[in-house]
Design a protein around this ligand. Structure first.
Ligand SMILES: C[S@@+](CC[C@H](N)C(=O)[O-])C[C@H]1O[C@@H](n2cnc3c(N)ncnc32)[C@H](O)[C@@H]1O
Length: 268
């Protein structure tokens, strides 16, 4: 990750969640992850890391299914946005004042929003090493651990296209996983040809290292980092409005972008 990226993501943190493409991509990725993960009784024992968590959209979606989420991002603004979501006060009993916006039902108020999960531990850092002192921390008890935490699963969504060196990134992920069982599962849009460049408007190209990921390259990178059971496949497609002309800033008809999911397991 470059300095340009961190500056950009700090600036974008407050408006990040209001981008419908970001919300849709997260919902589709969440569904793709759940379809490939073990059943609830096993998944609920998992300590996971969401690397490049942004404002925590995926972390919040996965939190109810797992034991804990360590949510890491290099942009302080992103982590601050996640922290503020986690610090929202749960509604007090009997204070159900949420207005009912359903035109067909003018009797009862909407149910109150659920309280924020308590099993997400946000960390602001550019993670470059599995020996980071910030990983000497139990995400549930918040007590220090004698050795760095190791994870059952590391997820990362819409991050790879910002990573200068994929081999270095996956080497770190590999070392953060439990030997023998720990799994990586990452999603990003596919480089399906020159049109993939349109994923970002020209004004947001700073810090974009590649216009999507390629199946063959990802397979090689994961195997090169020591992963076994490597699988790279199309997970979903998503329509996204793109600039009518490069640099115009005017969004026009949607282009369909395929997304890849890349999986691997740390060998024993
Ligand atoms: C395009 S955003 C995606 C955010 C989030 N995953 C989402 O889909 O809403 C990429 C994020 O990855 C973070 N990032 C990239 N490399 C990182 C690293 N090595 N450690 C921590 N955060 C990283 C950036 O700061 C940025 O917030």
């Amino acid at each position: 990750m470059t300095e340009a990226n961190t500056v950009r993501f700090n600036e974008e943190a407050l408006s990040w969640d209001s981008n419908p493409s970001v919300q849709l991509a997260t919902a589709l990725a969440h569904k793709a992850y759940l379809a490939r993960l073990p059943p609830p009784e096993i998944l609920s024992t998992y300590d996971i890391m969401d690397l490049g968590c942004g404002t925590g959209l995926l972390s919040l979606a996965l939190a109810p299914s797992v034991r804990s989420v360590t949510a890491i991002d290099a942009a302080e603004g992103m982590i601050a946005a996640l922290r503020s979501k986690l610090e929202q006060q749960p509604p007090t009993p009997g204070s159900n004042t949420t207005p009912n916006n359903d035109p067909d039902n003018n009797n009862s108020p909407n149910p109150p929003a659920p309280p924020p999960p308590t099993n997400i531990h946000p960390i602001h850092t550019l993670l470059t090493s599995a020996t980071s002192p910030l990983l000497h921390h139990d995400p549930l008890t918040h007590l220090p651990t004698p050795t760095p935490r190791r994870f059952d699963l590391i997820v990362s969504h819409l991050v790879l296209h910002h990573i200068p060196s994929l081999p270095t990134f996956f080497a770190t992920i590999h070392d953060c996983l439990h030997p023998g069982t720990g799994r990586v599962m990452v999603t990003d849009f596919e480089d399906f040809g020159p049109a993939a460049r349109q994923f970002h408007p020209e004004s947001k190209m700073d810090g974009v290292e590649r216009h999507g990921i390629q199946e063959g390259v990802m397979r090689e990178v994961l195997e090169g980092a020591g992963f076994v059971d490597v699988k790279v496949e199309r997970a979903f497609e998503m329509g996204k409005e793109v600039e009518t002309e490069p640099g115009s800033g005017v969004l026009g008809p949607a282009v369909v972008f395929p997304f890849l999911i890349c999986e691997g397991r740390r060998a024993a």
